[in-house]
Every structure is written in structure tokens, then in C-alpha cells.
Design a protein around this ligand. Sequence first.
Ligand SMILES: NC(=O)c1ccc[n+]([C@@H]2O[C@H](COP(=O)([O-])OP(=O)(O)OC[C@H]3O[C@@H](n4cnc5c(N)ncnc54)[C@H](O)[C@@H]3O)[C@@H](O)[C@H]2O)c1
Length: 349
Amino acid sequence: MRLAVIPGDGIGVDVTAEALKVLRAVEEGFGRRFDIEMLPWSADHFLKTGETIPANGYAMLREFDAIFIGALGDPRVADNRHARDILLGTRFELDLYVNYRPVKLLHERLCPLKNRSIADVNFVVFRENTEGLYVGIGGRFKAGTVDEVAIQEEMNTYKGVHRIVKHAFDFAHSTGRTRVCMADKSNAMTDGHALWQRVFAELKSQYPQIEARHLYIDALALLMIQDPSQFDVIVTNNLFGDIITDLGAALQGGLGLAASGNLHPGRTSMFEPVHGSAPPLAGKNVANPMGAILSAALMLEYLGLAKEAAAIEAAVRGAVVAGQGTKEIGGALGTRETGDYIARTIQEL
Ligand SMILES: NC(=O)c1ccc[n+]([C@@H]2O[C@H](COP(=O)([O-])OP(=O)(O)OC[C@H]3O[C@@H](n4cnc5c(N)ncnc54)[C@H](O)[C@@H]3O)[C@@H](O)[C@H]2O)c1
């Protein structure tokens, strides 16, 4: 399988090295072969060459079976132009409309809520990934003056909303999950989110075996904390999904544990930890690589390697249960040692 790997910036580089170590362990343990091409696209590359992504960059990426990204963001690139081209650009150009973010607690010790078991925090968020407030439609008039007007438009299309909500129902149906919750803000955003209401009403009638529920996004945020066990599958727009998956990461024990996939089912898709480049932690051997390693597991699952993906997840869970991880989840290991421990466990498994 041909994989493109973009370590990116900051701790993206640190955690990607550990995800690759784990993929090597899978190669040895399962007799697989991953043909990995490292792509240097990052803030460093941009500052050296003036190039964010080559002119044929998106076409190049389409030729791979999957793409793995560490993280992008560097204070030296104030307008974050490289991240916009590499990360958001790939999401848009490859039409990766499903942002798939499982929220799964691996050990109750990690959950900030009182008296919650691992069964209580086990749901999936599907965030619309190609529309909403992230399409870059808008502008600034009289910028930098006291008369400045800043406009950023939210785009919702019938096709875009339909395909992500349908994906959520299909996922629930095919994985035996029984509840789908759609969250919007249709009480205040009465045009854009009326479209979400319309599509949800249309689709829910096609899945009578699934309990379909609607919540306003603010109520969803409250209930995710009060009782996360009531959720199986959540589907929402680009901005709300971005925010509530950080909340979900907190329920799992922190951003360092959260994994994600940017999917266009059936096509080249991209996998990345949910966290950013955390510049203050970069290069210090302190970042938790588990979110990146679990993202590699999501990538293998997507590529049809379910046993290999399950082995990675089991190895990460084993490390968490044994207290073998980085400081922010209560362990005493560095980034590299955590990766070593997980890679070794896979070989033993
Ligand atoms: N997908 C992405 O590439 C992505 C996502 C979010 C932010 N960013 C970018 O990253 C940069 C930093 O943003 P930020 O500080 O808001 O978010 P961040 O995710 O980098 O960090 C948020 C907090 O979580 C901690 N953290 C994050 N990942 C961790 C890990 N693996 N192990 C331990 N602790 C971890 C950080 O130390 C920090 O306290 C910005 O340039 C931002 O634009 C990129």
C-alpha cells in the first residue's frame, strides 16, 4: 500500500515518527508492506522555498492509497497560509467530506467526569468537512480601522448536508449503533440550519430502526458532559464539530489521545490526530503520540486491514491500562518511549 506522510510542524513531527514506528511493527508482525513517501510540506518548507504545496500537490496526493498528517501550525507563519493550503486545501480538493472522530474512553482513570465507566464514553462524531464557515467566503472592509467590517459566510448546500447526515445514519446502521443525534443551531440560524432540519427529517424516515434525535448545539455540549452515555453517533457542521470534538477529546483524557479521519468513502482519504502542533512542546519528547498512533489504526481500518487496526488499538489500550504513557495522562514515558512500548506490544501480540 502506498502511503503519503506529511509530519508537518511542531509536535506533528514528533508524533508522526511514533506512528511510523508502529506501522513498521505492523509490517513485521503481520507480513504487510507499506510503501511510505515522506512529504516535507510544513512551515519550514514554506519559509525556505515560498511553496506551501506544489502546483500538482493535490493531484499527487490522489495517487496514494491514504495520507497521514501530523499537525500544521507555526507562529512564524502568522496567517497560517501553509496550514490552510496543506490541510484545509486537501480536505476541499480531495472532497474529504466526512470528518470521522471516535470518542472512546480507554480507561476510566482518564475521564474527567466522576464515576464514569469506559462504556459510558463511546461515541462517534461526524463533522461536515467541506462546507460551513470554513469555505473562506467573506472579506474585510476598511481593515485595521475603527470602521472595519468583517464578514465570514457559512455555506450549507443540500448535497453537502445530505451526504454527511446520510453517512452518519449508514455508519450507525452498519455498525449496530442505534442512536443518531443531529446538532445545529436552527433556532438562531434560521436559514442555513433550516436546511439541516429539512435533510434530517427526510433521512430519518428512511432509517426507522434508528432512534433519530435533534439537539441544539449548546444543549448537546451540556449533555455530553452531564451524561455522555446517551450518545452513539453525533453529526454536525464544520465549526460545531471542530469544537465538540475537543470537548470529546477531554472526555477521553486529553487531546493527545484523540484520532481522526478525513474521508471520502471509496477514495484516497487522510488521517491525523485531532491535536495541533503545540509549539511549546515540539522536539521535547513530551507529546503524547497515542492520538497519532490511533489515527494510523483508523487509516488501516479504512484500507481494509481490520485485524491490524484492532492490534494497534489493543496495544494503545494496554499501554494506557499499564500506565505506560506520557506525563499528561499520568505516565512517566517520553514520546519515543511510548511509541517503543506500543510497537513492542504489537510485535508480542
Ligand atoms: N489539525 C491540525 O493540524 C491543527 C489542529 C489544531 C490546531 N492547529 C494549529 O496548532 C497550533 C497550536 O494550536 P493550539 O495550541 O490551539 O492547539 P494544540 O492542539 O496544538 O494544543 C492545545 C493544548 O493541548 C496540548 N496538547 C496538544 N496535543 C498534545 C499531545 N499530543 N500531547 C500532549 N499535550 C498536547 C498543548 O500542549 C496545548 O496545551 C496553531 O498553529 C493551530 O492553528 C493545527
